[in-house]
Design a protein around this ligand. Structure first.
Ligand code: HSE
Length: 442
């Protein structure tokens, strides 16, 4: 097709920070290739940024600071929301959809916490709300789960879905340094936010897990039901003891379908060191998905970054552009991949899950301590798999135990009883263990 006959799909961008700026740059850099793939041009016609300077510097026909001007612009076909946060992002997206415009967003908090409402608005107005870039940056995991694996009943998925957290745990393991030292380094390198709570306390990962679980199992988005535990309590000693036992510690998001309900949990996890996920280092992300037909598949790559996230945003824009160019009047694929959701599957509370556990118990070094701890475990029907007891260098010494599978409620009762023993001189550090029986990479 000759270039001058090409149709134009007109894009408006709200927010020109890392992701919005990266999207604009990528649309320019790969303009020719994108245009060849689509048989049409993607033209950015209107941008809004908090900074008028950034907006003016974008070199776009219409610029400003007001995102509502973008969503009310009759020349804009597709709105890209890359502002982040809820206010005004929620209203911007909602009104854009109500205006009959397709929206592409990178906003994981918005989708995880308000997505159910926004998808309903999109459906009512026959427009798409696309969100590939909200999970795992440049890895096309939404498309893989929703389309590539659509024939499967997904059994579970587990992922390293926060780059900052993975960088910190990797550095702690390689250089044997404390959490707070590495966190400072991650901030200096620009991986972690100035307020890194969302990264290190697992909230960012919980947003991403919530979204993936909804697509995997066809359940409504349930961020408030996702159990979230961060990595700030992990010590270099835990990493060393885990290594001695044949494991690495990773911050995982796990979603699993069980006969009792769905498990949705983000927490530090011991993984056998030969597993592929245990070997994903630095700021990388990876997600392992188990489908009943395909078996296990692994997706890995950059989970953050300007061009990686821009790549996912632009792919969403291109999907919508194709639909528009084909004259299709409503999105072919439901936002979460299901026309009929499973509304009545319960998300389990954390005490109802079953797991194996790593326990680090600080005790006074005296005869019979191990026997007393073993007795409590036996009384609570918790079976011990392995034990490490180091020689005492002071009056106190840690006992490290790996358990077999146990219900968390029962384990908690045992831990309370062990902490009440006079020989136990501090809180027990408990980390869940995921052996990935039957997964790939073993
Ligand atoms: N802060 C996030 C991370 C960025 O470290 O993974 C991508 O969501």
């Amino acid at each position: 097709m000759s270039a001058k006959l090409k149709k134009s799909i007109r894009i408006g961008i709200c927010g020109l920070g890392t992701v919005g700026g990266g999207t604009l740059a990528l649309l320019r850099e790969n303009k020719d290739e994108i245009s060849r793939r689509l048989g049409a041009d993607l033209d950015v016609v209107h941008v809004a940024s908090r900074s008028l300077e950034a907006s003016d510097a974008a070199g776009v026909a219409r610029t400003g600071t007001d995102p509502f001007a973008v969503i009310n612009d009759p020349n804009v076909d597709i709105v890209v929301e890359t502002m982040g946060g809820f206010d005004p992002a929620f209203e911007v997206v909602k009104q854009a959809l109500a205006n009959g415009k397709h929206v592409v967003t990178a906003n994981k908090a918005l989708i995880a916490e308000r997505g159910n409402e926004l998808f309903a608005v999109a459906e009512m107005h026959n427009v798409a709300l696309a969100y590939e870039s909200s999970v795992a940056g440049g890895i096309p995991i939404i498309k893989a789960l929703r389309e590539g694996l659509a024939a499967n009943r997904i059994e579970w998925l587990a992922g390293i879905i926060n780059g900052t957290g993975n960088f910190i745990l990797t550095e702690m393991a390689m250089r044997r340094c404390e959490f707070h030292q590495v966190l400072r380094q991650a901030q200096e390198l620009g991986y972690a936010e100035a307020d890194p709570t969302f990264d290190v306390e697992g909230i960012d990962a919980a947003h991403k897990l919530t979204i993936m679980a909804s697509i995997a199992f066809g359940i409504p988005l349930q961020f408030s039901r996702t159990y979230t535990e961060g990595i700030s309590q992990i010590t270099p000693d835990d990493i060393s003891y885990a290594k001695e036992l044949g494991y690495r510690i990773k911050h995982l998001g796990i979603a699993r379908r069980t006969p009792k309900g769905i498990e949705l949990r983000v927490h530090p996890t011991l993984i056998p060191r030969k597993q592929l996920l245990a070997n994903v280092n630095g700021v990388g992300n990876a997600i392992l998905v188990r489908g009943n037909a395909v078996g296990s598949t692994l997706y890995s790559g950059p989970g953050a970054g300007v061009s990686a996230t821009g790549s996912a945003v632009v792919a969403d824009i291109m999907d919508i552009a194709r639909q528009m160019l084909a004259g299709i009047k409503r999105p072919l694929i439901p936002a979460l991949g299901y026309v009929e959701m499973h509304d009545n599957i319960e998300v389990l509370d954390i005490e109802s899950i079953e797991s194996e556990y790593y326990l680090r118990i600080p005790v006074i070094d005296k005869v019979g301590v191990m026997a007393r701890i073993s007795n409590v475990m036996l009384e609570h029907d918790i079976s011990i798999d392995a034990v490490i007891q180091k020689e005492a260098v002071s009056a106190s010494v840690p006992i490290v135990i790996l358990t077999h599978l146990a219900e968390e409620r029962q384990l908690n009762k045992a831990l309370r009883a062990i902490e009440a023993l006079p020989d136990v001189i501090g809180p027990i550090n408990r980390i869940r263990v995921e052996p990935f029986n039957g997964g790939v990479g073993a």
